[in-house]
Design a binder for this molecule. Structure first.
Ligand code: CA
Length: 221
């Protein structure tokens, strides 16, 4: 028994995956291909986080989703598989090369018509969505892109969300580096600044979930 979140050693983590994670074969294959991509493979989310995001789609009853930072398309597909037939994800990324890895899997899953890929800087895409559709048109936003823009993404996501909509922000524990004050690397500093930005933000109801690399959930009030 524990009064705090427990540490997961390899055997407990494996057990959690075995009894708690139902990764579809197509996602498993996309994850395997991404793992072979070399030094950027770490940007892949974990299977338990993919499943968690799928559940968030269902819990929020989301029909309209935005993802900032698509990489090879695992998380976009993980969410798309839980959307209704008329649901849509606007998937934002700067890399055509990485997102092309995911496209065949989106097609094979019959989900490519639910994923609207926008190549370009995330802030510009979000600004375009705000201009086109105004405030409150979206149900769920997943943020997992360049850390130094996290506050911008969060603020624009808040604008785009309906009341009761959810923002999920990845990597907020940054492998634990957030607590090492000697670590002044740009990403670490940016994640700290973001976490401080939302910590007392009364516009949202908040929970920092220690899944994967740390995921903050913020529900728009
Ligand atoms: Ca991430």
């Amino acid at each position: 028994m524990s009064v705090r979140t427990i540490q997961l050693d390899d055997s407990v983590y494996d057990y959690m995956l075995r009894v708690g994670t139902r990764e579809p074969d197509i996602l498993r294959r996309l994850r395997a291909e991404t793992a072979g991509l070399g030094k950027y493979a770490y940007m892949q989310i974990s299977p338990e986080l993919g499943q968690f995001l799928g559940l968030m789609v269902e819990l929020t009853g989301a029909r309209r989703v935005i993802e900032v930072g698509t990489f090879t398309g695992y998380s976009a597909l993980a969410m798309a598989l839980h959307l209704p037939a008329d649901g849509r994800i606007v998937a934002c990324d700067i890399s055509k090369e990485w997102t092309e890895v995911g496209r065949p899997y989106w097609r094979e899953a019959g989900a490519d018509d639910r994923i609207d890929l926008r190549i370009g800087p995330g802030v510009e895409t979000l600004d375009a969505l705000i201009a086109e559709e105004g405030a409150g048109a979206y149900d769920l936003v997943f943020i997992d892109a360049d850390k130094d823009r996290y506050i911008d993404y969060f603020e624009k996501a808040l604008m785009l969300l309906r009341t009761g909509g959810l923002i999920a922000i990845d990597n907020v524990l940054w492998s634990g580096r957030v607590v090492d004050e000697t670590d002044q690397e740009a990403g670490t500093v940016a994640i700290r600044a973001f976490n401080d930005h939302v910590a007392k933000d009364e516009r949202v109801t908040l929970s920092l979930v220690p899944i994967g690399d740390g995921l903050t959930l913020a529900r728009k009030r």
